[in-house]
Design a protein around this ligand. Structure first.
Ligand code: NI
Ligand code: MN
Length: 227
């Protein structure tokens, strides 16, 4: 499984020849300018955790161009259908479904969710992406929550994508606890540095994970790693 970072909380995960795009937000991200071309991003599936602009800004153009299947909560999927995007799959919390790449479960997140035009964006979530290669937890935007303790009862998480920017989501201190809750020592940080409210000291965040016996990876925008 390879992971490519497009900035903020946007990643591409390639598994078994299929490309999963997560929370597409590229064009308005000043940090991604000149590093990622939203018009060239490939996707077979697009996973969307909630309706906020910084997770869906490039969703509709990429969905239309790639014809990727968009998987999100029922309300966001319905909003997409109203705009002519028909290759969709709705999930709601606790539900899972099988796709070509593996099983996908929509899990709890403590956050909010409204779409850029003011439409109701349902309740925010995260995803467990359980594939024959690796099983990863993509938390979306969330506070630390005890619900995370349920995840390792059913899954062996190889890698957790956790927000670390604080202010709107968990910060690094809570993310260290979240990694313990999901029983995973390999963490990829997201949702930091994009805006002044969420600027962090990356080295300090890495040190906090190291002290807890875990590893925090902070990827360069455009970088691809094998997990
Ligand atoms: Ni959000
Ligand atoms: Mn966000």
């Amino acid at each position: 499984m390879t992971v490519t970072y497009y900035g903020h909380s946007c990643f591409s995960i390639e598994v078994n020849g299929m490309k999963l795009l997560l929370d597409p937000f590229i064009t308005p991200n000043p940090l991604a300018k000149g590093k990622v071309d939203a018009g060239a991003v490939e996707a077979d599936f697009i996973l969307v955790t909630h309706g906020h602009e910084d997770h869906v800004a490039d969703l509709i153009p990429i969905a239309k161009r790639t014809k990727a299947k968009v998987i999100s909560n029922f309300e966001i999927v319905s909003w997409l259908e109203d705009q002519g995007i028909e290759n969709v799959h709705p999930l709601n919390h606790g539900g899972k479904a099988r796709f070509n790449f593996g099983n996908l479960k929509y899990v709890s997140a403590i956050h909010s969710s409204v779409l850029p035009d003011g439409a109701y964006g349902g309740n925010p979530g995260g995803f467990i992406i359980d594939t024959p290669e690796k099983c990863v937890y993509y938390a979306g935007d969330t506070a630390l929550t005890l619900d995370m303790q349920l995840i390792p009862k059913s899954y062996n998480i190889d890698c957790a994508f956790l927000p670390i920017g604080d202010n709107f989501t968990m910060g690094a201190d809570d993310a260290v606890v979240a990694a313990e809750f999901v029983n995973c020592k390999s963490v990829i940080g997201m949702h930091y540095d994009t805006f002044p409210y969420i600027e962090i000291d990356g080295e300090e965040a890495k040190a906090k994970f190291k002290k807890a016996g875990a590893n925090l990876a902070l990827m360069e925008i455009g970088e691809t790693i094998e997990i």
